[in-house]
Design a protein around this ligand. Structure first.
Ligand code: ADP
Ligand code: MG
Length: 141
């Protein structure tokens, strides 16, 4: 998919909401990009479409959040992980169970996390502008 440009957090949330319309439990969406590029903002927009009404914030001091929307939604942040060990995977695995799962800083989970259905890449593009690239890894027919 071509890169999309946004000029405000609200526009980024709207891009995320359009993607969220496609999602169902079991789907994993990785959200990569540097600090402040809008990963959590993107996840928040997707969560709103999925019916999550409470706060959606970066799970920085815990591995993840689990929200109850129209479907269960998990929100992981692997920022502090250098890699994911077998033991750590045991803690992470339940988040993926029967939920739509968003993973910020997914790099540490490479090779361990379930294959994502979509990969989102966010970049600063000057001021409040952001560039968002969404790769579809859907192999389902
Ligand atoms: P990350 O999770 O990548 O660290 P956050 O979503 O927590 O990023 O923070 C992004 C910050 O940038 C927020 O303060 C948000 O309001 C601001 N911002 C400004 N413009 C945009 C935009 N176009 N898209 C997303 N966030 C934006
Ligand atoms: Mg974040």
């Amino acid at each position: 998919m071509a890169e999309q440009r946004t000029g405000s957090p609200e526009e980024t949330e709207a891009v995320a909401a359009r993607l969220a319309e496609e999602l169902q439990p079991g789907d994993v969406v990785t959200v990569a990009g540097e600090l402040g590029s809008g990963k959590t903002t993107f996840v928040r927009g997707a969560c709103r479409l999925l019916g999550v009404t409470g706060p959606v914030t970066s799970p920085t001091f815990t591995i993840g959040h689990r929200y109850e929307g129209k479907v269960p939604v998990s929100h992981l942040d692997l920022y502090r992980f250098a890699g994911v060990s077998h033991a750590e995977w045991g803690d992470l695995e339940p988040y993926f169970d029967d939920a739509v799962t968003f993973v910020e800083w997914p790099e540490a989970g490479a090779g361990v996390l379930p294959a994502p259905r979509f990969r989102v890449h966010m970049r600063h593009s000057g001021g409040d502008r952001r560039a968002i690239r969404i790769e579809c890894a859907d192999t389902r027919v």
